[in-house]
Design a protein around this ligand. Structure first.
Ligand code: PLP
Length: 771
């Protein structure tokens, strides 16, 4: 069965959901069109529907070995989980002895439906037992000693057969022994969602009380699931009403869903079926996919062991790449995988991998690749080929080195690159002609990426610099300088000794040359006493008109000023430094800070004074140094350091409201393009995403939206600052930014708008919604 839904997509996210198998879809369609009766009706149409329902139930019971236990249909596993937990806890409540303390146990890697339901019903039912997470070891195996110790006082225990993020399975026999030795009565729910079709289950042979399942994880449609209830286990209907399912679960049954499940069960039961592949084949698929991944990303780390996980799930991380980057890369190669982490607000880690005690970077960069038992060899082959070409695209854009191939046609780097880790920034400037580079504020976590970039582009750094001694992190400067500039004498920030001086007015500054440009060092103490600003200019004698970029560290941050409440800070010094910067640079000079807390990329003095009244007061001379110091101290005292792992280096003064950016749908954009030839499309995806997409379009000979939009310019986010610098004369032009999903294009459009690109728009939903 093809997992693909169109010619080129390879869908490898089966643990999230699966496509509906054509045979199952056909059965559902037949049920909607022919067997549409209500199973409760006593006429022939109703009886036929009921017959289909009972046949499905019987097949499920046979498949799962439910014996005398009950099997009732639900809307999915979340409902099944509620049903099991509610039933168990209602009964447990009646057994509670006054004065005794109870707990409820669940595996720390459970799907959130389990702990959230436990907390919910524990509170609603007024049980108030202590809910405890059972730890797992580094391999994801439940801590049996913990269970042994705790289960005696437990009212209920919830574990999972197979983990949805890692595919790790538990030894249910061993687990049962441990649970029952400690407590023969405790109600035991096993979430079997990810085990269906992948692990043998013989439920009535166990003392599992409740086992919820879901149809959409195994080729049936969404909205159908079922739960097994052990014979004799307490049961309370979760939904009351018309008395369907013998009163155990009311509501008119989802017959099309059951019809689809019926076909799936039939195939699972039929040993001659050719749709689902056996364990050996699936193991072989895993071997091929993991081999291709390891070849493509030689540093790859798998986040689980293969000997205790189902072969259909691969969870991995690639050092130096965030999960978002790999997701974007795979999406461009038209392979659908998922990030292993919960990407809500600032939580970008996987709680499952955290529970396993894996290093933070592995949890943050986790990618899950999962497939179903209907995966074909042909699909595995094309997935492997796509993985290889995705990696090749990364080496071509100098994000990975390829030792085997020295003659790739890489576009030479020329100009400014902004690299980020969290909200901290590293700046790399490359001069294509001289092959020289500058590295400013290298973050230690970006060391490898910077090193790869320098090697791949064959660049020689003239200096590797910090703009100040950073309080929030150790600089990656020394390690890189040791590698590239071991013979260079420099000061503590990396500024080479014995550089030339240049006179500007009655002052003189040290200067370095890079290609045809000059880097001027200006002391700007305040945030720290060693803070400097680095002005990259084409003419050091005319800094105001010729400074393209001012790397000002934490002195001026976007929407704020660097904090001045460190031991080595001085707000009075900052006051003078701000004036100094204002004297030296022009209104168009782009300020490149070492933090970007709000995804704004870069700024200018003129853009800052509009929203930063303190800076405005300093630059217009309306306050003196002591008034500045007083207001600054007040602002710094409101700084909240408790925002995650980063120390905030400046208080935010400006209002955070983002501009309302004009949005196009793909249709309205195409229409706009037909009436105006002046619209400029700016594709802001990374070059490897762009290259992969073009390659796919050529291969599939499909005309994608991308082609029809005739994207002339590919400016990735890392190069946006240079683009802004070079297109200052085109601020009135009609720019439309596009990316994969519309989120990067929105952020970048807002940044451009703030800097005066008044006619900027973006493609809402990106290419994802356009193809
Ligand atoms: N349990 C596990 C292990 C799952 O993977 C999922 C789905 O992601 C659920 C429960 C919830 O299933 P459903 O979507 O059917 O409510």
């Amino acid at each position: 069965m093809s997992q693909t839904t169109n010619l080129s997509q390879i869908y490898l996210d089966a643990n999230a959901t699966t496509p509906v198998l054509p045979q199952a879809a056909q059965a559902a369609m037949d049920a909607m069109q022919d067997l549409f009766g209500n199973p409760s009706s006593s006429h022939i149409t109703g009886l036929k529907a009921k017959n289909l329902m009972e046949q499905t139930r019987q097949r499920a019971k046979t498949l799962l070995g439910t014996g005398e236990g009950k099997l009732i249909f639900t809307s999915g596993a979340t409902e099944g989980i509620q049903t099991g937990i509610l039933s168990g806890l209602i009964k447990a409540k009646t057994q509670i002895k006054k004065g005794k303390k109870y707990s409820i146990l669940y595996g720390s890697t459970e799907h959130k439906a389990v702990p959230n339901s436990l907390a919910h019903w524990n509170e609603i039912l007024g049980i108030n037992a202590e809910i405890k997470a059972i730890p797992v070891d580094q391999f994801g195996k439940l801590d049996l000693e913990f269970i042994q110790k705790e289960v005696g006082n437990a009212l209920m225990i919830c574990t999972m057969a197979v983990n949805n993020e890692t595919g790790v399975y538990q030894d249910l026999q061993q687990l049962e022994q441990c649970i029952r030795e400690g407590n023969s009565k405790v109600f035991w729910l096993v979430d079997c969602v990810q085990a269906l079709g992948k692990r043998p289950l013989n439920l009535a042979k166990t003392s599992i009380d409740y086992a919820p399942f879901s149809g959409h994880k195994l080729y049936a449609p969404k909205g159908i699931g079922f739960i097994y209830i052990r014979e004799g286990a307490p049961f309370t209907p979760f939904i009351a009403g018309g008395g369907q399912e013998s009163g155990l679960r009311s509501g008119t049954e989802n017959l099309p869903g059951m019809a689809a499940l019926n076909v799936i069960f039939q195939m699972l039961l039929d040993t001659d079926n050719t749709t689902f592949y056996d364990l050996n084949t699936l193991n072989d698929y895993r071997r091929q996919l993991s081999h291709s991944l390891s070849q493509a990303f030689p540093d790859i780390v798998f986040n689980h062991q293969f000997n205790n996980s189902v072969p259909t799930t691969l969870n991995f991380a690639v050092p130096g790449f965030s999960s978002k980057e790999i997701m974007d890369l795979f999406d461009a190669a038209n392979i659908r995988v998922s990030s292993g982490s919960a990407c809500s607000s600032k939580v970008t880690r996987s709680f499952v991998l955290d529970a396993m005690g894996l290093p933070v970077w592995q949890s943050e960069s986790a990618i899950r690749l999962s497939f179903g038992p209907a995966m074909t060899q042909e699909e595995v082959d094309s997935a492997c080929a796509r993985i290889r070409s995705a990696a090749k695209a990364l080496t071509n854009s100098c994000l990975m080195l390829d030792d085997t191939e020295q003659t790739q046609d890489k576009t030479p780097l020329n100009g400014l690159v902004q690299l980020r880790s969290g909200s901290s920034c590293t700046w790399v400037y490359a001069d294509m002609k001289s092959k020289q580079a500058l590295v400013i504020d290298p973050l230690p976590e970006l060391e490898k990426r910077i090193d790869t970039l320098l090697q791949c582009q064959q660049l020689t750094p003239v200096a590797i610099l910090d703009t100040h001694g950073h309080a929030d992190h150790i600089s990656g400067r020394v390690a890189l300088a040791n590698k590239y500039l071991s013979t260079q004498q420099s000061d503590v920030l990396g500024w080479p000794t014995n550089t030339k001086k240049v006179a500007v007015g009655d002052e003189s500054f040290s200067v370095l040359t890079i290609g045809e440009l000059f880097l001027v060092k200006v002391p700007t103490p305040g945030h720290t006493d060693d803070s400097i600003s680095l002005l990259l200019s084409s003419d050091p004698m005319n800094l105001i008109t010729s400074t393209r970029y001012a790397f000002c560290g934490d002195t001026i941050l976007m929407g704020s000023l660097g904090r001045t409440n460190f031991a080595s800070s001085s707000s009075i010094d900052m006051y003078h430094s701000l004036k100094q910067i204002n004297r030296l640079i022009g209104q168009q000079t782009l300020l490149c800070a070492s933090h970007d807390y709000n995804n704004e990329f870069t700024t200018t003095l003129s853009a800052e004074v509009v929203r930063n009244c303190l800076l405005q007061s300093v630059l217009t001379g309306s306050i003196n140094q002591s008034q500045f110091a007083a207001r600054k101290a007040d602002l710094d005292s409101n700084l909240n350091d408790e925002t995650g792992t980063e120390i905030l280096c400046g208080a935010y003064y400006g209002d955070c409201d983002k501009a309302q950016i004009k949005e196009y749908s793909s249709d309205s954009l195409k229409q706009r393009l037909t009436v105006s030839s002046d619209v400029k499309i700016l594709d802001i995806r990374e070059p490897h995403e762009y290259a992969l997409q073009h390659k796919l379009d050529t291969v599939s000979e499909q005309s994608s939206t991308e082609n029809s939009l005739n994207t002339g310019l590919n400016i990735p986010m890392t190069r946006l600052v240079q683009f802004i610098q070079e297109h200052q004369m085109e601020k009135e032009s009609e720019w439309v930014l596009v990316c994969r999903s519309g989120s990067r294009s929105m952020v970048a459009a807002q940044a451009m708008y703030r800097l005066g690109f008044t006619n900027v728009a973006h493609l809402k939903g990106g290419y994802a919604l356009s193809s």
